[in-house]
Design a protein around this ligand. Structure first.
Ligand code: 2HA
Ligand code: ZN
Length: 263
């Protein structure tokens, strides 16, 4: 399978999980030069797009990016209209090399995506992927839970044994902000210095990682913890995972976990 086939499989799964209704959600994936070379006969810039933030550190890199207004539901049957392959041409310009055949542009959240890539590459050389989606229980939780990150992290860790193992660094949380611009992009990227997952209150989730399986797995695990939270938070609790249990897990799995949450 090539990178397009692998990506549309994941977009399809995200849609089927009900995390990307209508045109909700977007994805951007760093594609290796050799993969681009074997996919495109020649590199020709079809259209360019300009952004007012500094992309110097990623100039020359290739990105597969979902299109603005496009539906994840349709990506698998028609990748060439719904996705675009871009190259970062200079510090403010990206060029379309393939896709978005009907003339569309990259996702409105492109500033946030590229800002997150820039930050994650500073802390993880293997980083390649950003996925934004609208998982129901994460959105629910952002209505009824205080926005403090340590408190979110602790509650999600305590919902199921796997949470601290999958996201030991915890979860970032932003209050409601206007989406689609460079300001929310900066705020999200700033959180990405520390976290691979950031909640956009009353909107959804931004997640990052090395590959499609890792990021999809991160979304599944976080959303499942939020689902358990929503099912039990107002019930009488008889027993739960204690701070001591979380420390036992951290020791057994040799986790470097976020300090200040359980100690
Ligand atoms: O592109 O999800 O945040 C649709 C969105 C915007
Ligand atoms: Zn969104």
């Amino acid at each position: 399978m090539n990178f397009i086939e692998e990506t549309v499989d994941i977009l399809d799964l995200l849609y089927k999980h009900n995390w990307d209704e209508r045109n909700g959600g977007n994805l951007s994936y760093i594609i290796k030069e050799e993969e681009v070379k074997s996919f495109l006969k020649e590199e020709k810039v079809i259209r360019t797009y300009h952004y007012d933030f500094d992309m110097s550190s990623i100039v020359g890199k290739y990105f597969l990016i979902t299109g603005t207004g496009k539906y994840f539901k349709n990506c698998k049957k028609d990748p060439e209209n719904n996705l675009g392959l871009f190259k970062i041409l200079d510090k403010n310009t990206i060029g379309l090399l393939w896709g978005l055949k009907d003339g569309g542009g990259p996702t409105s959240e492109t500033p946030t995506h590229l800002s997150c890539h820039i930050e994650r590459l500073k802390v993880d050389k293997e980083h390649r992927l950003v996925i934004h989606c609208h998982p129901t229980n994460i959105i629910c939780m952002s209505h009824i839970h205080e926005l403090d990150e340590n408190s979110w992290t602790k509650d999600l860790w305590k919902m199921q044994t796997e949470s601290i193992v999958v996201f030991p660094e915890g979860i970032g949380v932003l209050p409601w902000m206007l989406c689609g611009g460079t300001e929310i992009g900066k705020a999200t990227a700033d959180k990405m210095k520390e976290y691979r997952a950031v909640v956009w209150s009353q909107h959804g989730l931004f997640t990052t990682g090395k590959n499609l399986d890792e990021v999809f797995g991160l979304i599944e695990t976080i959303e499942k913890a939020a689902e358990i939270y929503m099912k039990i938070f107002d019930k009488k609790i008889y027993q739960s995972i204690s701070d001591e249990n979380l420390k036992e897990l951290a020791k057994a799995f040799k986790l470097t976990y976020k300090k200040g949450v359980i100690d």
